[in-house]
Design a protein around this ligand. Sequence first.
Ligand code: CUA
Length: 328
Amino acid sequence: MAIPLAGLAGCGVQSPLAPAGEQARGIASLFWLMIGVCGLMYLLVLVFLSLGLWRSWRRGRQNAEPAVMPADRGLNRTLLVWVVLVVIGLTVLITASFLVDRGIGQARARKALEVRVTGHQWWWRIQYRDPGTGAWIETANELHLPVGQTTRVTLASADVVHSFWVPNVAQKLDVVPGLRNVVDLTPIRIGWFRGQCAEFCGVQHAHMAFDVKIESKAAFDRWLGNQAKPAAPAGDETAARGLRILSAGSCGSCHTIRGTTAVGKAGPDLTHFATRRSIAAGTLPMSRGAVQGWIVQPQAIKPGTMMPPTPLAPADADAVSRYLTGLQ
Ligand code: CUA
């Protein structure tokens, strides 16, 4: 049963502080160290400030003369201690930042699984290099990662600047037209997570999410093997009618369903559409109802999306959704 992504967003599946990747773990420990060092300094400042205010208030009550700042050795010593504390604190932070940064960079030297991610307004094209044949296997809006192995993601943009971010796994990186940016992801924990475009890229920027599944190497290999195959044949008469409607209509000019006449490149590859757990870049859960609504009225769900409305009769929309949700 698919769960709407929005309902999961607050439960640690999109949090850099619940690390599921080597890179995010380094960043999270750096974050806590910074909070600790800066929090301690802040506390010390507040304590001394309160002490000073309290002493001045007490002198006021006793009608004492305002204290004349004596150039005493005590004050000089305190100042010196304070400067030393600040220098130590900053040195700790600089050293830790350097070490975490270097740790993240070291993943680049490893042998890695190659993935290409292309940002589109507003969805993600995802291509895996088949380690066996070297061919590129295409999917969309759902990233699968084998645990304990580095995946090297090369980022490209088809239109405007996006930003690729899986907070639980690694740092974010801009997706810039005309540039190839590279980020390494080394997952350490199995589970479902959520990635999100982190750079404003138009009216549906918030609906540019993707599911991330971290799984065992064996499960990942099974998944990739299945993604490499052509589309499953229609499972029943309704689905077969759905495929005929889809082939006769304009769907195939934007979408590819490998093994059929649909070979369009503008939109997401739908060959194994039903293996994903959400549609329209994390906007709706994968279900027949959601798929029908999306086909008929995409502009009502995601205003501004490139997907045009397809005014199908209810029975036809039902048949198409039957076919699409059978594409395992
Ligand atoms: Cu793509 Cu924001």
